[in-house]
Design a protein around this ligand. Structure first.
Ligand code: FAD
Ligand code: SF4
Ligand code: SF4
Length: 480
């Protein structure tokens, strides 16, 4: 506990998180609106007073952007929401997004001392609350406040991609006084935040508002600009003093089984992009609806699989089944997403794997052959290896199959740049401390370096790269 002589308000000894109201499952599967509805001011203050204001604040070590969590929670507990928002914004310029999609249970909240015996403080929910409060109070001092940029340095930085890694790098660099240009292949900025994570988890309006803030402080966005096609990295490098690459991991992995090229078999990327980016979620008014048919099979058990299954459910087929080759304990998705998927009536077929997809004479998918699995010894990842049970195959009907097995690095930019060193996995090789690549003045971070990870880790990498770029621009070397 803090020992600063300040008179402390009473601690709320409630052993569980203050519940957050949600749309009921039977109502929400008929719409795309956000599922958790957010705290009221009273709920937020109640939850924030659970915080013990620990002096060493272990929760901070679980946050990759090192938000001063106890200070922010202290302000919220006092009802100073503008102050709480400012405190969060000091190190995180996307609080409304992180409060919603960060895997808090593995990060800040996993380190909270209250979690040893009871439920940790709901840090993510409180972060979302203050960010939403500030957006709803745009006329207030805190809501309208913009970061102040340093005087112009005359240096120009190119940022490739517009996912969380790039947005963070762009934000930090523009505030240091550099001229920042973002080049994005798609027609909307945000990366996975826009085209991957569905509306019911991250409303587009929230995302647009947080990104608009960047344009307001001087970042220039160039959309429909594919570096590696429109212009090469080397060409771009010549026009700019430094470059940051945050192109993410957008190349879908497939099962490699017969029938994967049938009509109605989608990668999760294609399925979610059609719905999120092309507006098919505005069913039936959309010009590009996806037709899920009556039986959807989703393969995988990460966040992408949960998002695909829950998105499919909202297109109102008769049945959505999620097939995963390991057991529940190994499912990589966030606990909250698994819980929401189950509540929404998605059937989990655990310890099963697809071995073949069948179609009709027109090439449309009709069914999937599944095989039962059992768990053997742990593999290199530490998870128990799934082993097929011979003779256990059976066929289920399906008119839509979504393969959500994860993604590898997108080769569009890297394959035309021989100077850029890659790892064996095809990710960009960088110096661990500076994030500088094999090309001088070219830095990289986020999923294009780590492979598929999390929003907040990508943001942390964007910040780390921005610091190195600043050193590079001011001293001629990124090294410490
Ligand atoms: P991305 O967000 O992938 O952005 C890369 C951007 O670069 C894209 O906009 C792409 O179009 C652009 N680009 C690529 N190549 C080029 C090029 N050559 N020229 C110009 N632009 C280019 N993480 C969480 O923390 N919580 C979650 O709940 C969560 N859910 C997820 C759900 C789904 C469906 C998916 C796919 C991922 C999810 N993740 C989640 C992971 C998280 O979204 C990623 O780790 C994060 O977005 C990576 O950020 P990034 O900036 O590295 O790249
Ligand atoms: Fe926790 Fe993520 Fe917020 Fe950091 S940014 S405090 S990890 S929810
Ligand atoms: Fe508060 Fe938990 Fe952080 Fe302690 S560890 S300061 S109780 S949020």
């Amino acid at each position: 506990m803090a020992d600063d002589g300040k008179k402390r308000r009473p601690i709320n000894r409630q052993d569980h998180k203050t519940p957050m109201p949600e749309q009921a499952p039977e109502a929400r599967i008929l719409n795309y609106k956000e599922v958790p509805l957010g705290y009221t001011p009273e709920m937020a203050m109640n939850e924030a007073t659970r915080c013990l204001q620990c002096k060493k604040a272990p929760c901070r070590t679980g946050c990759p952007v090192d938000i001063d969590i106890p200070a922010a929670l202290d302000l919220i507990a006092e009802g100073d929401f503008a102050g709480g928002y400012r405190k969060m914004r000091e190190t995180n310029f996307l609080p409304a997004i992180c409060g919603r999609v960060c895997p808090q249970e593995d990060q800040c909240e996993s380190m909270c001392v209250l979690g040893k015996k009871n439920e940790p403080v709901a840090i993510g929910r409180l972060e979302r609350f203050v960010a939403d409060w500030a957006m709803q109070h745009e006329d207030s001092e805190a809501g309208a406040e913009m970061p102040v940029c340093k005087p112009a340095t005359g240096k120009k930085v190119a940022v490739i991609g517009s996912g969380p890694a790039s947005l963070t790098a762009a934000s930090d660099l523009v505030q240091l006084g550099h001229e920042v240009h973002v080049f994005e292949a798609l027609h909307k900025p945000g990366g996975v935040l826009f085209y991957g994570i569905p509306e019911f988890r991250l409303p587009k309006a929230t995302l647009v508002k947080e990104i608009d803030g960047l344009a307001k402080i001087g970042v220039t966005f160039h959309m429909n600009y594919v570096v590696g096609a429109t212009e090469t990295l080397s060409e771009l490098r010549e026009r700019f003093d430094a470059v940051f690459i945050g192109t993410g991991a957008g190349l879908p992995w497939f099962l490699g089984i017969p029938g994967e090229n049938l009509n109605g078999v989608y990668s999760s990327n294609e399925f979610l992009t059609r719905v999120n980016l092309m507006g098919a979620y505005k069913f039936p008014e959309s010009d590009t609806p996806v037709k899920p048919g009556s039986r959807v099979v989703v393969v995988g058990a990460g966040n992408t699989a949960m998002d695909s299954a829950r998105t499919a459910k909202r297109l109102q087929p008769e049945h959505v089944t999620l097939v995963y080759r390991r057991s529940r304990a190994e499912m990589p998705a966030r606990v909250e997403e698994i819980h929401h998927a189950e509540e929404e009536g998605i059937e989990f077929k655990l310890l099963h794997t697809p071995v073949e997809i069948f179609g009709d004479e027109k090439g449309n998918v009709t069914s999937v052959k599944l095989q039962k699995m059992e768990l053997g010894e742990p593999d290199a990842s530490g998870r128990r290896r799934p082993l097929p049970i011979e003779g256990s195959e059976f066929v289920v009907e399906a008119d839509c199959v979504v393969v959500a097995l994860g993604n590898g690095p997108n080769p569009l930019l890297t394959r035309v740049e021989p100077e850029l060193e890659l790892s064996r996995r095809g990710t960009i090789a960088v110096d661990e401390e500076t994030l500088e690549s094999s090309m001088k003045g070219v830095f990289a971070g986020g999923d294009i370096v780590t492979g598929g990870a999390t929003v907040i880790l990508a943001m942390g990498a964007g910040r780390q790269a921005a610091r190195s770029i600043q050193r590079y621009l001011t001293t001629g070397s990124a090294a410490f």
